[in-house]
Write a protein that binds this ligand. Structure first.
Ligand code: HEM
Length: 280
């Protein structure tokens, strides 16, 4: 097979020469540099990956792949080239997915689908209720779907990782959806900060943040990072948002308070719920 050799594998089990720029030989598990390649000799495939893509040792799953692919090869007498491409493709896909999971830090535990039916909302009653602006309580159930999101580098120095979510809230009395929200939970490792950035279809968006003091409980708030429509600014402005979000194993619990000025007075609009993870 086409590969060039320089530094040989240091440990036993791999008779293969490793390329000068190889990063990892799956048999000898030795990282050397940042190249990507594979080599094949006899019955062994060796694969190397760039450190940037795989900041962990993929040798466990790579070994398993080696074995099954070689078995397959023996049976089918398939062309080596196709097998090598298959090994590399599948291994990389697995590796990248694994790397994503690893890099979510304190947000990793949020990924999944969560459901809870102990929700309690206190919001200003609308005109149609006959008690305009009075506190109206609505028990609710909800589903929150959270998946790994895209990261970002800001102003050349802030490195962010995210999970993104969709929250759907249903009033218990009529089972109608009465709140919908999309957003991100964001981890800034360097500045040890958690951010919560989201929008709701009343034309209001919020970015709240707080120091990461407890990896299982995020406390975020803001009285300034609030974007709202002109109508909401004039008729139901949001002035402050505070939230605590705790995740332990398959249990999630949140409390939030939205301070709004509506119908000529301040109102503390609050929501809380406990949820269970129903799908990873
Ligand atoms: C689980 C989360 C939430 C639920 C269940 C909920 C529910 C409600 C309900 C029932 C009302 C009364 C008006 C209506 O019947 O539509 C209301 C009003 C309002 N909510 Fe929420 N809300 C939630 C989260 C939020 C958040 C996160 C914000 C702001 C960022 C917000 C901002 C407002 C505002 C400004 C009003 C006043 C609008 C009006 O009554 O005309 N809500 N909410």
């Amino acid at each position: 097979m086409g590969f060039s050799a320089s530094a040989g594998c240091a440990q036993g089990g791999c008779s293969l020469p490793s390329r000068a720029r190889l990063t990892l030989c799956c048999f000898c598990r030795k990282f050397t540099s940042r190249d990507f390649s594979y080599h094949y000799e006899g019955e062994q495939f060796c694969i190397s990956f760039p450190e940037k893509i795989l900041p962990f040792d993929p040798s466990q799953w790579a070994m398993a792949w080696h074995k099954s692919i070689i078995k397959f090869y023996r049976k089918r007498k398939m062309n080596r080239k196709y097998i090598a491409i298959l090994v590399i493709g599948l291994s990389l896909a697995g590796g990248i997915a694994h790397a994503d999971e690893n890099s979510l830090g304190p947000l990793a535990k949020m990924v999944g689908v969560w459901e809870g039916d102990k929700g309690n909302d206190v919001a200003p009653a609308q005109k149609s209720t006959g008690a305009i602006g009075a506190p109206a309580a609505s028990p609710y159930f909800e589903r929150i779907s959270i998946v790994p999101g895209a990261g970002a580098t800001n102003a050349s120095e802030q490195d962010l990782v995210t999970v993104q979510y969709h929250q759907e809230v249903f009033r218990k009395s009529d089972k109608k959806k009465f709140h919908d929200q999309v957003g991100y939970w964001i981890w800034d490792k360097k500045f040890n900060t958690i951010l919560h950035s989201y929008c709701i279809p009343r034309a209001v968006c919020i970015t709240a943040e707080g120091k990461l003091e407890d990896p299982n409980k995020f406390e975020v708030g803001t009285d300034r990072a609030i974007a709202e429509s002109i109508f909401m600014k004039n008729n139901g402005t949001t002035r402050m948002f505070n939230m605590s979000m705790a995740v332990n194993g398959d249990d999630m619990k949140y409390n939030q308070v939205i301070l709004t000025t509506i119908y000529g007075k301040d109102f503390s609009h609050s929501d809380s719920n406990t949820l269970k993870r129903v799908k990873q």
